[in-house]
Design a protein around this ligand. Sequence first.
Ligand code: BTN
Length: 323
Amino acid sequence: MQAQELLVALADGGMVSGASLAERAGVTRAAIWKQIEALRARGVPVESRGTAGYCLPWPVQLLGLPAIEAALSPGTRKQLGKLELHWEIDSTSSEIQRRLAELPDFSMVLAETQSAGRGRRGRRWLSPPGLNIYLSCLKRFDAGFAALSGLSLAVGVIVMRALTALGIDGAGLKWPNDVLSDGGKLAGILVELGGEYQGPCAAVIGVGLNVRLTSALHEQAGQPVNDLATLAAGIVPDRNRVAAALITALADGLAQFEREGFAAFVEEYAQHDLLRGKALSVQGALGPLQGTGAGVDTRGALLLQTDEGLRAIDSADVTVRRA
Ligand code: BTN
């Protein structure tokens, strides 16, 4: 029995004995135990109850392509390139990178779990199965890198639109594109660009959205994190609907970005901007700076009001200073 089948057997949250799992799969109980350990190592909180067997602390909803497709409008389905769901992959973004030449525009790759999920600045992105969403999208552009300024911020707005469509309030954007709620990271966005500087280029846009985190994940994340279940007062949203909402928002939003650029997103970004009016410390190419967040410009640069005037910052680490 593979880890995937085991998770399916445990998904409803009921107790399943090691003996019945072994019998069902035609393997030894030791083999089942090994797979239980493999699931735990992936971050799935499988509990042992002595001879009674194994269970999850709560039911887990697995992703399914038919359910995701059923939640998409006919227009979105037509607009998409390939839509793929993998059980396990190293990274959905790496998968798109490997198949860049072959995949059509607006292809989306999802995985139930990633063995080498990638975050910004070389960090890893913990990706246990059954809990969150890991999705990457391929968007091609004709007009070169210059037309792509602000893309990563626009994707932040796009994720906020998906949350709004799901009826989830209480999240905001920390420049450039961290989606936070109550100071914890709710979603991470990784935009990787390739191609010609002034010609055809491609963006691989990876989104990791926390639907339900375990206490172990809170500890391992290395930063404050939050999840949709907490924002929705403990009611865990349907993961297939969450995936469909993200796909829809990406398809619509990236088409809009291609037509209108970041200028079309500036106002909406401002509505979700968690740094505006806040005392900020900025560590970037210009050295350490202190000032007050003053929004973003039409290129997506962070505007910082300093004692020396308004500065536009293209790339930096930003922290909110405690009052
Ligand atoms: C960040 O560090 O904030 C960005 C995290 C991006 C994670 C997503 S999960 C789907 C896609 N595949 C990856 O390996 N990374 C991105």
